[in-house]
Design a protein around this ligand. Structure first.
Ligand code: ADP
Ligand code: F6P
Length: 477
């Protein structure tokens, strides 16, 4: 790759990870998570560049091209992976922003490393962007980049999108570095959130922490205006919809049901193995349905796919042990020869196999304790042109704002989860079709392309330049 780009994505990860095989050979594989799922198709359609870490420590790589994308690897040392990625990003910010479902760690060395790594990403972006370029910075790992980049390159148009929830002021206030993070984000022209609640949490915080006035979506700085807005992220509906119409995928879906022993109901969970996802809560509900006798033996199989994630972080290690123990207990108590009620896979799957699994499942169970959006829920809906299938969805997932026809649950209420799982299994085809049709209409309309184009249109349309802080005659909105 040569030259600079007029459109640049900056994210912690590149869309591909470099993995070293046991025999020492290196290969590339798609990186996990919703961010890559959403941005990769957008990037393939626009000709830009993507700066991010390539997933392996202590390795410097030259820019390269892959699947029609120009990729700029940003190196991280082993120690930086520990302190910036596993540490400040995933042991401090991740739990804090997800309603403190695990205790966040506040550590000064982690913070210093986070700052230094953000500086490196900002430098990489400043080098790669042509004059006046649009730079779109992604997610909580890089919250300082917008301000750092603006200092280096005031000519750029800078957007930031937060893929995870933005917490209420009372939680954010605990952060010893709260002011630095907010000032970092305010370097952007547009700060995007999944839901309107996240955007208003941020505006209120700016007023309380920095005394900045706002009106509507706009926050007024001395010399510029920062727009804050919700853009609910989505999936490539069209691509998934046509994938599941492929006869090979349909045949594979049928085969999966046979391999599972052809039960009356196939329930499915697909997540990164993360403590925010409520995997334990849904397994508990399923186990109790078997125990109570409300599900007959052999009537239902629960397939839980849990992609390995952040495996060196303490909380994630503990979670894996807990889930595997729980799966073992349920199967120990309820399995019969030839029947295992929970089928658990700690593995990653390719697109086609995942689509066949979605198609094979009668009930998709998505029960996060807190989730910015949850693309798995939208992927499931995109795969059911047959109008069969029910979605059990946590009220605490961003997707619940749009997918109101799901069987909505409070994941903290095990009786509620049991009731809604049963209701989903017992619903008539007519009821399922009614709900699925409305949800599909929503995801088909607000797909990932619409998400990206709405964000980029808003970014490329400057906010009311005249209404700076000095010209604002009031203090708050
Ligand atoms: P998060 O961003 O927190 O991981 P999302 O539900 O928004 O959660 O996105 C997860 C993405 O990762 C989805 O696109 C989903 O298809 C993908 N994914 C999850 N589990 C697997 C798996 N086992 N194999 C392959 N892809 C997976
Ligand atoms: O969507 C949230 C997110 O944290 C992304 O930023 C990230 O790429 C993805 O989940 C997967 O997490 P990780 O990159 O830590 O494996």
């Amino acid at each position: 790759m040569t030259g600079r780009s007029s459109f640049l994505i900056v994210a912690n990860r590149l869309p591909v990870d470099r993995t070293i095989e046991p025999d020492g050979t290196a290969s590339w594989r798609r990186s996990p998570g919703g961010l890559v799922t959403a941005i990769a198709p957008v990037m393939q359609r626009r000709h830009g560049a993507w700066a991010g870490w390539h997933g392996a420590p202590n390795e410097k790589l030259a820019p390269f091209e892959q699947d029609g994308m120009n990729l700029i690897p940003v190196p991280l040392s082993g120690r930086e992976v520990e302190l910036y990625y596993e540490g400040f990003s995933n042991a401090t910010l991740w739990p804090l922003y997800h309603d403190v479902v695990a205790p966040p760690i506040f550590d000064r060395e982690m913070w210093e490393t986070y700052r230094a790594v953000n500086e490196r990403f900002a430098n990489a972006a400043a080098d790669a962007a042509e004059k006046g370029a649009v730079v779109w910075v992604q997610d909580y790992q890089l919250q300082l980049v917008p301000a750092m980049l603006r200092r280096l390159r005031p000519d750029l148009r800078i957007g930031f999108f937060l893929h995870i929830p933005f917490p209420p002021t009372e939680l954010f206030w605990r952060l010893p570095w709260r002011k630095d993070l907010v000032e970092g984000l305010l370097g952007a022209d547009l700060v995007g959130f999944q839901l309107p609640g996240g955007a208003s949490n941020f505006r209120r915080l700016c007023r309380r922490l920095l005394g900045l006035p706002y009106k509507g979506n706009e926050i007024f700085l001395d010399d510029r205006v920062v727009t804050t807005q919700a853009f609910p992220i989505s999936v490539d509906f069209g691509q998934l919809d046509s994938l599941v119409r492929d006869p090979q995928i349909m045949a594979r879906a049928k085969e999966i049901r046979v391999e599972l022993g052809d039960p009356e109901h196939v329930l499915l969970g697909v997540d990164r193995l993360d403590y925010t996802k409520g995997i334990g809560q849904r397994l508990e509900a399923f186990g109790e349905l078997l125990k109570d006798g409300r599900l007959a033996p052999n009537e239902a199989v629960f397939v839980q796919i849990a992609t390995p994630s952040r495996e060196r972080v303490e909380e994630y290690k503990r979670l894996r042990d807990d889930i595997e123990l729980q799966v073992g207990r349920i199967n120990g108590e309820h399995a019969q020869l030839g029947y295992q009620p929970v089928q658990y896979f700690h593995q990653s799957y390719d697109h086609a196999e995942l689509a066949a699994l979605y198609l094979a499942a009668d009930v998709m169970v998505v029960t996060p304790l807190r989730d910015g959006m949850n693309l798995v829920a939208k992927e499931y809906v995109s795969c059911h042109h047959d109008l069969h299938g029910a979605l059990v969805l946590s009220e605490f997932a961003g997707a619940a704002d749009e997918l109101r026809q799901a069987y909505l649950v409070n994941p903290y209420d095990v009786e509620d989860v049991k009731r809604q799982m049963l209701a989903a299994m017992r619903a008539t085809p007519h009821e399922l079709a009614r709900r699925m049709r409305t949800m599909r209409r929503r995801v088909a309309t607000y797909d990932v392309d619409r998400w990206a184009s709405e964000f980029l249109n808003a970014l490329e349309t400057p906010a009311s330049q005249t209404s700076t802080r000095r010209s604002a005659s009031w203090r708050s909105g």
